[in-house]
Design a protein around this ligand. Structure first.
Ligand code: SF4
Length: 692
């Protein structure tokens, strides 16, 4: 029996663990005393390993390369040389005919690690010649990255996961840690036990609401109205930290102009709670010795996602609840390495280390490091992942290279996404499983899985940790970075990495704030929390200590915005709000957890629509009954789960199921500032299957 140290491949909590291997097969997992998990793992960490063994419960592992030579033909097994030559030739033809910006790529925020993502974005920029690269952060925390960069300068948690339990007050906004990050939820429970006040702002009675001092059971889609009313209270009741505002921020008067239009009494109908409760929450947050605001998709997957993040960061600044230990902002990232994908420049406007593509000095630096001319690196911001459907429709995007994502399952309006993928002139998918997305590809590259390769992940709180391989690659699978490298060589831009350490050392060289994070420092249970500019440095658990922000003049920019109603409000035809959420036992598109025996037994097709008893009764729906859920986009069949913790007037579905897929119902409307879909709010109705 062997033990191999790794980091959990699921959420961004970064839990360290051992994989236990017997006769070349992963048979168990055990927790380790990692910096974020301290000897604990949740259900997914403990039971989510056997997908690597090719269980074929949901879908088989892809074990060899395949190509579809002509549209409509079947995928056929080929050699690696045939697959790579075919792909290189097609991409070069498309680049020649339509230009480099006709090719779009998306990276993987899951098991591959930072090194693979770095090589993919380098291939995109130095070889293809475009900035059309993005990752699944577009669907989740892109508004957090943009909103925090606009205000305080860094698009990441300013605090650390262990530090959460030391705060005197934690306010959770649109975030259900018990389902999304159970080990983070454990820190919040510990904070509560140490005496912290907990405020939960969420339409549902989520698990954390049960231990909260204040639960603002707000109406769906009212985030900015609530935050503005809290800001109003803080100003009106003299709770602004004027010394901090004067010394460390700018834009206070403009910020004030908007928030003073939102007395709590004026938003009672919009938010759905009393003005007194809003005032109490604002007071509790502002008067605590130390306070942290944590948020999730309930903030970001909204029409005003970026503007809401502006409001959160500004609230932290005007109350002086940032820039000192155990105070700050915490956008807790969903997938295990989505922070890492952003760190590695899998973004259409940023190189690795958050360096701007529009900055000529930055471009010159990367041109030198990558041995290309400055002119070869585009200065034009690339397409976002959510631009893909439109780009294919208007003919600007001809080829798409999908790396470890499943947009047909995870992006809104599946019917439109399916048409988009089918209409592409050339579609490459590199994955470990034959997902519904990959089944549409013209080229399928079989990649190694988590458990079969090594590298570095970034946890949600900027903590770099190493993970190692436990078993050899299956079939003919290759490491992701090797596939990009071999393709790049065939397309005329040679790369010659021999291992992930060589890639990581190049990343350190081109990203000053990661330079001190050596492989040696991350051996065993070691870790490095960026920014860590020096090899001898300790890393940075709390950002902005002393009130110096990562902006050009060191001051935070306060920003406020008027609340705007969601795009598709309920009406007579579709009277319920549809909100997408998470299922605790499954992860993302379910290709990994759906292939794990224990997790598949826990929850399986066709999933659930969670509905309040009042809405169920008025429709004659019984608990566990099969029902239709229908919207303007389509209809799906699923099971009803009647639940008093759900607010009346809204229903909740997860996006993991192949049958009963909620993204058949959601709409492709995005926040104009981030391109993130408004997955938390569209309209629908529910009916017994006999009634439709
Ligand atoms: Fe894995 Fe997240 Fe669970 Fe930790 S909390 S074991 S990282 S899924």
């Amino acid at each position: 029996m062997e033990k191999h140290m790794t980091v959990c491949p699921y959420c961004g909590a970064g839990c360290k663990m051992n994989l236990i291997v017997e006769n070349g097969v992963i048979v168990d997992a055990e927790p380790l005393d990692g910096v974020t998990n301290e000897g604990n793992l949740c259900l997914k960490g403990l039971s989510g390993f056997d997908f690597v063994n090719d269980t074929k419960i949901l879908t088989p592992r892809i074990l060899y390369p395949m190509i579809r030579r002509t549209k409509g033909a079947d995928l056929k097994r080929v050699t690696w040389d045939e697959a790579l030559d075919f792909t290189a030739q097609k991409l070069l033809e498309i680049k020649e005919k339509y230009g480099p910006d006709s090719i779009m790529l998306t990276g993987s925020s899951r098991g591959p690690g930072n090194e693979a993502n770095y090589v993919m974005q380098k291939f995109t920029r130095a070889c293809v010649g475009t900035n059309n690269i993005d990752n699944c952060a577009r669907t989740c925390h892109a508004p957090s990255v943009i909103g925090l960069m606009d205000t305080i300068g860094s698009g990441a948690m300013s605090v650390s996961i262990p530090g959460l339990e030391e705060a005197a007050c934690i306010m959770l906004f649109g975030y259900n840690p018990a389902a999304s990050h159970p080990i983070v939820a454990r820190r919040i429970v510990k904070a509560r036990e140490k005496g912290a006040r907990i405020i939960v702002c969420d339409p549902r009675v989520i698990e954390t609401a049960r231990i909260a001092d204040i639960h603002i059971q707000m109406k769906n889609g009212s985030n900015l109205a609530l935050l503005n009313a809290m800001a109003y209270t803080i100003v009106e009741e003299g709770l602004v930290d004027k010394a901090f505002v004067d010394a460390h921020t700018k834009g206070y008067e403009s910020w004030l102009d908007v928030v003073m239009q939102y007395p709590p009494e004026a938003v009672e109908d919009t938010v759905g709670v009393s003005a007194d409760l809003i005032r109490e929450a604002a007071r509790t947050y502002a008067q605590a010795e130390t306070s942290i605001i944590g948020w999730g998709m309930g903030v970001t997957q909204q029409r005003q996602g970026v503007q809401t993040v502006h409001a959160i960061a500004s609230l932290a600044c005007v109350t002086g609840k940032i820039g000192k230990p155990h105070c700050g902002v915490a956008p807790v990232r969903g997938q295990n390495n989505v922070q890492g994908s952003c760190d590695m420049g899998m973004l259409p406007n940023l190189y690795p280390g958050y360096q701007k593509v529009g900055d000529s000095k930055v471009r010159a630096k990367f041109a030198k490091a990558w041995n290309v001319s400055v002119e070869q690196l585009s200065n034009k911001e690339g397409y976002k992942l959510t631009d893909l459907p439109h780009g294919v429709k208007d003919g600007t995007i001809k080829a798409f290279y999908n790396f470890g994502e499943d947009p047909l399952q995870t992006e809104p309006d599946s019917a439109d996404m399916e048409k988009t993928l089918k209409d592409l002139e050339f579609f490459i998918s590199q994955d470990i499983f034959m997902t519904q997305t990959t089944a549409l590809a013209d080229v399928v590259f079989p990649a190694t899985s988590w458990g079969e390769h090594e590298g570095v992940f970034t946890a949600s709180d900027r903590t770099f940790q190493r993970f190692t391989a436990a078993v050899p690659p299956k079939g003919e699978c290759k490491h992701d970075w090797e596939i990009f490298q071999e393709l790049s060589c065939r397309m005329g831009y040679p790369m010659r990495y021999r291992n992930t350490k060589e890639i990581w050392d190049e990343i350190r060289e081109v990203c000053p704030q990661f330079y001190g994070a050596t492989y040696e420092k991350m051996e065993g249970l070691g870790y490095a929390q960026w920014p860590i500019p020096d090899v001898d440095g300790e890393g940075t658990p709390d950002l902005y200590l002393g009130g110096t922000f990562n902006t050009s003049d060191g001051r935070a920019l306060l920003l406020s915005h008027r609340w705007v109603a969601p795009t598709e409000e309920p009406d007579d035809g579709y009277p319920l709000v549809l909100c997408t959420v998470r299922e605790v036992g499954h992860y993302s598109c379910r290709s990994m957890t759906g292939n794990c025996r224990a997790l598949a037994q826990l929850a399986d097709e066709p999933g659930y629509v969670h509905i309040n008893p009042i809405d169920a009764e008025s429709r004659g729906i019984r608990d566990e009954e099969l029902v239709w859920v229908y919207s303007r986009r389509g209809k799906v069949i699923t099971r009803a789960s009647i639940d008093e913790r759900i607010n009346a007037g809204a229903v909740y579905m997860t996006y993991q199921w192949w049958i009963g897929k909620c993204n058949d119902l959601t709409m492709h409307v995005t926040d104009p500032l981030s391109g993130t879909p408004e997955d938390k709010f569209s309209s629908c109705d529910v009916a017994s299957i006999g009634d439709q």
